[in-house]
Design a protein around this ligand. Structure first.
Ligand SMILES: [Mn+2]
Length: 263
């Protein structure tokens, strides 16, 4: 697929990223890798962390940088397992459903690396929501899941689902059905509950659109992979700070750290 072939679909799409000081290195790497495989489309950076929005890389590359108002999220109970700020902020992803004036919002997590063009994210298609089913999902006693259980790291959100009503609905589910941990909590659990409760039509994309990995030695599917999702340890964060010897990087981590390949 050449870049040119994408053109008819790219004019009315934007790339949406959510960032903060902790995830900024991932956001930069995501945008850089995305640019390598796609013609330019407007990039919209969202953050509740205003310092992160002043990052020079984001200033250069983003069409808009939007500060998230945390007030509507203040009464949403954060993830119970660990009461970290990080998990409370997971719900800010709902802002990716805002109407920025484009036919589709292509949302990508900041722990994703683009390895090939991802044309299906741009296509008008039938269903307003396009995503990949979560290969790591395992039902638990507290959360059995639904027939469709998507991973929220890659979302293509059509106009029909954009706007304040969707965001309010997701916030409402997060308040009334917060879940208790794991897949039953966080933004992904809420988005899946919403898909199920409101009968949201979803086009499922193949796994190469969101290859979810926690084990970075596992290179299965890498050949066809378009979007690689570092769902475990974040490659830009140091590991094993107490060790004298730096652990060897696994194959997928090496990919994340590889820069400016030719071609
Ligand atoms: Mn992620």
């Amino acid at each position: 697929m050449s870049l040119l072939e994408l053109d008819p679909h790219t004019s009315d799409c934007c790339l949406v990223v959510l960032t903060d000081s902790l995830y900024l290195p991932g956001t930069r790497r995501l945008i850089e890798s995305w640019h390598r495989h796609h013609p330019p489309i407007p990039i919209i950076a969202l953050s509740a962390d205003e310092a992160a929005l002043e990052d020079p890389f984001l200033l250069t590359h983003c069409h808009r940088r939007i500060a998230i108002d945390p007030a509507p999220y203040a009464d949403i109970r954060p993830y119970q397992k660990r009461r970290s700020q990080r998990h409370a902020q997971t719900f800010f992803k709902f802002e990716a459903f805002s109407d920025f004036g484009f036919a589709r919002n292509i949302f990508l997590d900041s722990d994703i690396l683009c390895l090939k063009p991802a044309p299906a994210l741009f296509k008008p298609g039938n269903a307003p929501l396009r995503a990949v089913s979560d290969s790591g999902f395992r039902p638990t006693r507290a959360y059995k899941g639904h027939p469709i259980e998507i991973n929220s790291g890659v979302l293509s959100i059509g106009r029909a689902l954009q706007g304040a009503a969707t965001i309010a609905r997701l916030q409402d589910i997060a308040r009334t059905h917060p879940g208790r941990g794991g897949y039953n909590a966080g933004d992904q659990g809420i988005i899946n509950k919403w898909i199920h409760a409101d009968d949201i039509p979803v086009d499922l994309l193949p796994p190469d659109y969101n290859l979810i990995r926690k084990d970075y030695a596992d290179s299965n599917g890498l050949q066809d992979c378009r979007l690689l999702h570092f769902a475990g340890h974040k490659p830009w964060l140091g590991r094993s700070r107490n060790d004298d010897v730096k652990p060897a990087r696994e194959i997928l981590e090496r990919l994340w750290h590889a820069r400016k390949r030719v071609g």
